[in-house]
Ligand binder design. Sequence first.
Ligand SMILES: C[S@@+](CC[C@H](N)C(=O)[O-])C[C@H]1O[C@@H](n2cnc3c(N)ncnc32)[C@H](O)[C@@H]1O
Length: 216
Amino acid sequence: MASIDRPIRDHHARRRGPALLAVLLLLITGGCGWLKRQAYEGGDRDSWQQPEKVVAALALAPNAEVADLGAGGGYFTFRLADAVPQGRVYAVDVDEDMTRYLEERSVEEGRRNVTVVLAEPEDAGLPGQVDWVFTCNTFHHLPDQAAYFERLKASLAPGGRVAIVEYVPEEGFSLLGDHATGEDSIRAAMEQAGYELEADHSFLARQSFLVFAPRP
Ligand SMILES: C[S@@+](CC[C@H](N)C(=O)[O-])C[C@H]1O[C@@H](n2cnc3c(N)ncnc32)[C@H](O)[C@@H]1O
């Protein structure tokens, strides 16, 4: 009797997909710091993130004080710290797993110009004024962004700037889900917060990169 080759279907695969994703999200949103850092930094991130070019575009003075808002695993924190050898980087995050890791890494690497700040969701908790607030892939996490950045003006030194790098929403289904904000929405929130656009860097394929100054 001739045998018929039928495609072997795993009827459980469809159910396993969302379950695996749910477990991954639980680990990320739960207490697994290592996994969170992998999720934020990914394997090939440098290729599309172009961190050196991003930092160079800020043209930081060597003694600048910079807040890395939503520092995560420090992907930008330590690069920013290298760019301001006589300045300081405040690595700000609300997640204790991240701030603990940043503290440990700062000590291990003998970083003298990194200060880690455990923030409240609505308050960056900066100890003083800074020249730059830099934030990458964090804008969408901030509650009521217009109100947040309005309050944050008090933490900007004269001439201070805010640089926002944020995922651009993708068409159709995206694993990023809500972890992205359209450039128009960022501009509108910052306008409402009392800032004007100073630079729109267009070299990142997946993210917008906007720089704002407080409106005089
Ligand atoms: C997607 S990660 C980005 C991390 C890092 N900036 C990077 O580019 O790899 C977002 C980070 O923002 C932090 N975050 C969320 N809400 C925040 C808030 N209200 N204030 C400060 N940080 C916040 C999260 O804990 C997380 O570490």
